[in-house]
Design a protein around this ligand. Structure first.
Ligand SMILES: CC(C)(COP(=O)(O)OP(=O)(O)OC[C@H]1O[C@@H](n2cnc3c(N)ncnc32)[C@H](O)[C@@H]1OP(=O)(O)O)[C@@H](O)C(=O)NCCC(=O)NCCS
Length: 162
């Protein structure tokens, strides 16, 4: 039975392991540590199965013309991928962001995967960002959000990632 809950400091070591296993390298796990240290981690959820952390997702602060978060990274340990855990975790993170009043979430990823959550390429197309391009998408959380252009800046920790 998968349990999705907020990360606590007791999970930090397990989260580092999960991210490193998912990506096959530690760069993304180190990014999460830098985001936490800078206070830019806003919503950080883990999926636990029988008290083992098997997946993690992070939403971090962005500079944007409205309250917005960046979704990255998302990690499911290889043995548990493609069984719906990533989808459930991302949906939980999005619902949390919506309930906390954030207006939008941006993601850089595969449109075929992220469209199931409502992320759209055209919605992000008017914004400037180092990540702008065919894999950059936005999910509008606030129905009253009408701004479609402006400058986006990810948290500074992202600048150190290749
Ligand atoms: C990408 C990832 C988070 C997805 O989580 P998951 O639990 O494996 O995915 P789910 O079981 O919820 O969803 C499976 C669906 O997503 C698709 N999918 C999974 N990974 C995908 C990927 N990298 N690109 C495109 N589609 C993908 C599957 O084909 C499947 O489609 P279906 O529902 O139509 O059958 C996970 O595979 C992972 O950790 N990968 C390595 C790290 C990574 O690439 N993270 C994302 C970038 S930040």
């Amino acid at each position: 039975m998968i349990d999705i809950r907020d990360e606590s400091s007791r999970d930090w070591q397990a989260v580092f392991r999960v991210i490193s296993l998912a990506f096959g390298q530690s760069a993304e796990a180190e990014l999460v540590e830098r985001l936490r240290a800078a206070g830019d981690s806003v919503i950080s959820l883990v999926a636990e199965d029988d008290e083992e952390v098997v997946a993690h997702v992070l939403l971090s602060k962005m500079d944007a013309p409205f309250p917005a978060l960046a979704l990255a990274p998302v990690s499911v340990i290889p043995a548990r991928q493609r069984s719906g855990i990533g989808t459930a975790l991302i949906q939980s993170a999005i619902e949390r962001a919506r309930s906390e009043g954030w207006s939008a979430v941006f993601v850089l990823g595969d449109p075929n995967y992220y469209k199931r959550f409502g992320f759209e390429r055209p919605a992000a197309a008017g914004f400037t960002s180092p990540y702008a391009g065919p894999h950059f998408m936005m999910l509008r959380l606030s129905l009253s959000l009408t701004v479609t252009t402006g400058e986006l800046k990810h948290a500074p920790a992202f600048a150190a990632v290749d």
